[in-house]
Design a protein around this ligand. Structure first.
Ligand code: PEP
Ligand code: MN
Length: 301
């Protein structure tokens, strides 16, 4: 008798817990479909079930010299998507005395990288007022965690018709994230990539692991929605020594792409110096990513 009661109470008809059948039908109808959507950046870069594009680069576009140094290295390694933000939000205004956004000048450097090295650019849009400038250069527009539910920004970014990476806010449920994503689709832009980048959870082990990479969210999002889901272990762990293992775990969890922060001399990164990999660490990780991907019939691109 007692067992029966517990089984009834504890059984969960919706494995994704906070999303009901009604939600799927009425709140996020454009997210779901049996057929997966592949997001094509160009002939070579496609976010899809069998491809894992790597997005790598520094946190901020700090200088022309830095961005060229990194871009040249990535090109040699066969990485096609360079990330770096010329506009970026900081959690604390005083975090780095030396750091300031390079804004339109930084975007000009990214333009040069594109022109001379042929890399494609992923960069963040923080505000509608900067969108025109950023969209002129970016191949993928990133909406950062802190802006996940900035709905006016989402709608304007969607109207550019460019591919979009929507990062999950570190305090948002999967339901909230998909609700935000639905706003983008409603504007007629289906070039959407969702990104898991770690959530806030109590950490007792070490102060440097700032967020918790929710690997389960990758699987859950894919169960519900038709868009590619990528993983950002760098922002989740905030701690370079943990990035390689969580990158490999993300591939095993079926991610459709990766964001990895790197820097020629991480200690000198003006923002979040604990989190980027150096060139050697990045090269080692890339080789391992290729092995793991091959083992599950996927391709690093
Ligand atoms: C970033 O990609 O540099 C970034 C700030 O990420 P997030 O919005 O996930 O913190
Ligand atoms: Mn960053």
């Amino acid at each position: 008798m007692k067992d029966k009661f517990f089984i009834k109470k504890l059984s969960n008809k919706n494995p994704t817990k906070d999303i009901t059948a009604d939600d799927l039908k009425y709140k996020i109808p454009r997210m779901t479909s049996k057929k997966k959507v592949a997001v094509k950046i160009n002939k070579k870069i496609i976010f899809s079930e069998n491809n894992i594009p790597i997005i790598a680069g520094p946190n901020g576009v700090e200088s022309r010299e830095l961005i060229f140094k990194i871009a040249k290295f990535l090109k040699k390694k066969g990485v096609k998507l360079l990330r770096g933000h010329a506009y970026k939000p900081l959690t604390f205004p005083y975090r780095s005395k030396k750091y300031s956004e390079t804004k339109s000048e930084g975007m000009d450097w990214l333009d040069e990288v594109k022109k001379f090295l042929g890399l494609n650019i992923v960069t963040e849009v923080t505000e509608i007022q900067f969108l025109d400038r950023i969209a002129r250069t970016a191949d993928i527009l990133q909406i950062g965690s802190r802006n996940m539910q900035n709905l006016e920004l989402l709608k304007e970014v969607a109207k550019t018709k460019k591919p979009i990476i929507l990062k999950r806010h570190f305090g948002a449920s999967i339901r909230d994230m998909l609700g935000a994503a639905e706003h983008i689709i409603l504007e007629g832009n289906e070039k959407l990539i969702l990104c898991e980048r770690g959530i806030s959870a109590p950490h007792t082990h070490r102060e440097t692991s700032r967020f918790l990479l929710d690997l389960q969210a990758i699987v859950a999002l894919q169960e519900i929605c038709k868009f590619p889901v990528i993983s950002d272990p760098s922002h989740a762990t905030f701690w370079a020594p943990w990035v390689p293992k969580l990158t490999l775990a993300s591939i095993a969890a079926n991610c459709n792409g990766l964001i990895i922060e790197m820097h020629p001399n991480p200690k000198e990164s003006l923002v979040d110096p604990l989190q980027p990999l150096n060139f050697k660490e990045f090269s080692n990780l890339l080789a391992k990513c290729k092995k793991i991907s091959k083992a599950i019939n996927k391709k690093i691109v």
